[in-house]
Design a protein around this ligand. Structure first.
Ligand SMILES: Cc1cc2nc3c(=O)[nH]c(=O)nc-3n(C[C@H](O)[C@H](O)[C@H](O)COP(=O)(O)OP(=O)(O)OC[C@H]3O[C@@H](n4cnc5c(N)ncnc54)[C@H](O)[C@@H]3O)c2cc1C
Length: 288
C-alpha cells in the first residue's frame, strides 16, 4: 500500500470541501472493510483518505412520515440490532444480518456498502424490492435516487465524484404486505451469495389475490436487478403455486451471471428461478 494522507473532518461541509479540493486524489472512508482491501491490492491509490467517522448527523436511525430513515454511517450491526427495524421492517434487519461476519458487520456502514456496489452484496436487492431511495449529498445540495436506478455497472453507481451517500429512506409497508430476503449460500455461512432474491408482496383484503409485488435479485448480473417480468405475471392474480413457479421462471429473463467458483452461469440462472419462487412463498407467508 502506498503512503497516503488521512483526514478526519468533523462536519459534512468539511468533507465536501476536502472532496472539492482533492478531486480524484481523495477517497472517503467509512468502515474501511472494502476500501482498505482495494488499497492493499492497489486497485485504488488515493493520495488522501477522508474519514466520515467524526462527521455528525450521519448515524441516525428514525421513523418519520411513513419512512424509516437510515444515516449513511449506520453500521450493518446497528441496523440489524435496531428495535425500530426489527419491529417495522424485519426483512431489512434479516438482510443485514446475513452480510459476512459480526466483525465485518460491526465496521461496515450502510452508505459505504451502497457506494461499493459489488453486485454480490445483500442489501441492494432488498432496498430495490422495498422501493427505497438513496440520499446523495454534496456542497450543491441533496438529491434522491431510487435504489433501482442507483447501480449502473460492476462497482459503478449514480454517485458524482463530489457526492456521498448521506442516507437511505425506506417506505414502511402497507397492510396485507409481507417481505422476504433469501440468500443461497452453498459454501459457507459468511460467504457472498451465489444468488439472492428479495420479494415484497401486497395481497388484497381477503389475502387471496396478489395486488402488488416487487422482486429483485443479486449475484445474477452486473448490478442488482429488478425482476419486472416476474412481477408482471403475478399482479392481479390469485395466490397459486403454479403462478409463483411461473414468476420464478420469468426471473431468468433478467439474469446474465458470470461463471465463477460459486457456480456456472447456467446454474446460477436455474437457482435464481428457485430462490425467486421461495422468496415469494416466504413473503406471502409473512403477510401480516
Ligand atoms: C470478508 C468480507 C466479507 C464480506 N461479505 C459480504 C456479504 O456476504 N454480503 C455483503 O453484502 N457484503 C459483504 N462484504 C462487503 C461489505 O458489505 C462491504 O465491504 C461494506 O459494506 C463496505 O462498507 P464500508 O463502510 O466498510 O465501506 P468502505 O470500505 O469505507 O468504503 C467502500 C467504498 O465506498 C466509498 N464510501 C464509503 N462510504 C461512503 C459514503 N457514505 N458515500 C460515498 N462513498 C462512500 C469508499 O470511498 C469506497 O470506495 C464483505 C466484506 C468483507 C471484507
Amino acid at each position: 500500500m502506498i503512503a497516503f494522507e488521512y483526514r478526519t473532518p468533523g462536519s459534512l461541509e468539511e468533507v465536501y470541501a476536502d472532496l472539492k479540493e482533492l478531486g480524484s486524489d481523495g477517497k472517503v472512508i467509512a468502515g474501511g472493510t472494502a476500501l482498505v482491501i482495494m488499497m492493499k491490492q492497489q486497485l485504488v491509490q488515493p493520495s488522501c483518505v477522508i474519514s466520515l467517522r467524526n462527521v455528525a448527523g450521519l448515524s441516525a436511525l428514525s421513523e418519520e412520515k411513513g419512512n424509516i430513515h437510515i444515516g449513511g454511517l449506520v453500521s450493518h450491526a446497528a441496523l440489524d440490532a435496531s428495535a425500530l427495524v426489527q419491529g417495522k421492517l424485519p426483512m431489512l434487519g434479516e438482510t443485514y444480518h446475513h452480510v459476512a461476519t459480526q466483525r465485518v458487520r460491526t465496521m461496515a456502514t450502510v452508505g459505504g456498502g451502497l457506494a461499493h456496489a459489488d453486485p454480490n452484496q445483500d442489501p441492494p436487492p432488498s432496498f430495490i424490492a422495498l422501493g427505497a431511495s438513496f440520499k446523495l449529498s454534496s456542497a450543491g445540495g441533496t438529491r434522491s435516487v431510487a435504489a433501482e436506478d442507483f447501480f449502473s455497472d460492476y462497482y459503478e453507481t449514480a454517485l458524482e465524484p463530489e457526492e456521498i451517500v448521506s442516507g437511505v429512506s425506506v417506505p414502511l409497508m402497507g397492510s396485507n404486505s409481507g417481505a422476504a430476503y433469501l440468500k443461497f449460500l452453498p459454501r459457507s455461512a459468511d460467504d457472498y451469495a451465489t444468488v439472492s432474491a428479495a420479494a415484497v408482496v401486497t395481497l388484497d383484503v381477503n389475502k387471496t389475490t396478489i395486488q402488488d409485488v416487487h422482486i429483485a435479485m443479486g449475484s445474477v448480473n452486473a448490478t442488482p436487478v429488478r425482476a419486472t417480468a416476474s412481477e408482471d405475471v403475478l399482479r392481479g392474480q390469485p395466490v397459486k403455486p403454479e403462478g409463483l413457479r411461473e414468476a420464478g421462471e420469468k426471473a431468468k429473463e433478467h439474469t446474465d451471471p458470470v461463471s465463477d467458483f460459486r457456480g456456472s452461469g447456467s446454474y446460477k440462472t436455474q437457482m435464481a428461478a428457485v430462490f425467486v419462487r421461495r422468496a415469494l412463498e416466504q413473503a406471502i407467508a409473512n403477510v401480516a
